[in-house]
Design a protein around this ligand. Sequence first.
Ligand SMILES: C[S@@+](CC[C@H](N)C(=O)[O-])C[C@H]1O[C@@H](n2cnc3c(N)ncnc32)[C@H](O)[C@@H]1O
Length: 333
Amino acid sequence: MTPYLHHPNICFSVFTYLYTPLIFFAYLLIHREISIDKSYLAAPNRKRLSPLIRKLLNLGILEKNYSHLDYGCGFGQDVERLRSQFDFNSTGYDPHYFPISPKNADIVTMNYVLNVISDFEQRKEALLKAWNLTNKILAIATNIQGGINSKNKKTRWETYTKSFNYIELKGFIESTLGYELVRIDKDKFMISRDGYKYDSPMTYKEVITKIEQIKLQGWIPPKEAVIKGYCNDFKPRYIGKIDPNDNPNFPGRIRYYRMYSKIGGLPGKNGMVKCLHIPGGKDGEAMKQAIAAIKRRDEILKIKFHCLKQSFVQEFAGYKNFNFLKNVVTFYE
Ligand SMILES: C[S@@+](CC[C@H](N)C(=O)[O-])C[C@H]1O[C@@H](n2cnc3c(N)ncnc32)[C@H](O)[C@@H]1O
């Protein structure tokens, strides 16, 4: 050891100089001020084309005439196969494996990338970057769980993986890009530049105001409420005559209509009921009012869904079944 290092002041300043940055770095790590992104470790070694690429080929969405970019391509094996086996104009970008500047393409794929990014803002940024590179279609595959309480967990490589709730994913992507997310398979989605565009997505406050305006027009049935037609064919009401409410193909049958909601919430004379009779048949005044009420309900559901700033999961947290989304979501197949 060099003699002058024995001087206590010199020893102290060398220690300070060398170790302070390390101690500070350790402190930040412990307090999660910084994180070391290990998401590249989650890249799989693919022995064949990924399910997302196969699905896009089967649906004719990815074809030879189109250029393709795999955003977050991992080892780039999809790109390699598309180029060598199918002669596609395919390129890949990955911040770890292929950190080259990505070029615009007709079809951009994000294959299990969004779920490996733990920070919300970074996830949003990656989505926007991929979309800005998309000429026609951005196809996304990601972890999806049915339940509302899906847990985000660590993988066996100690990397982060998020399980999106479907509503959360739809909310996140549509509110970020302003275009409709279309489901093409259980965990596969696409957003098309030619798809439905939400021209003026609303803030949460605007949504509430709009909903209040719709409520002023009349009562709102619960989301379960449906209008049902009932028939009773064992006792013709008009023997030898035609019932004005009849289907002409089945003369003599009595037909009547009801609004039904299994959770109740329909305004009866003495409080809320599960079943409301709709007098006057399908062309009657009561039926017109019932249909108008259902339309108001559907309008509210759609508005809620396309609002820009709200926590979608919390908004729908009480909902166990999402059947009402059939009216809102287009299923591709
Ligand atoms: C689960 S792997 C999937 C790799 C590849 N898409 C596949 O399906 O084989 C996730 C990849 O996303 C990449 N990644 C992480 N953060 C990213 C970001 N912000 N933008 C683009 N890619 C990212 C990682 O480097 C990793 O290779």
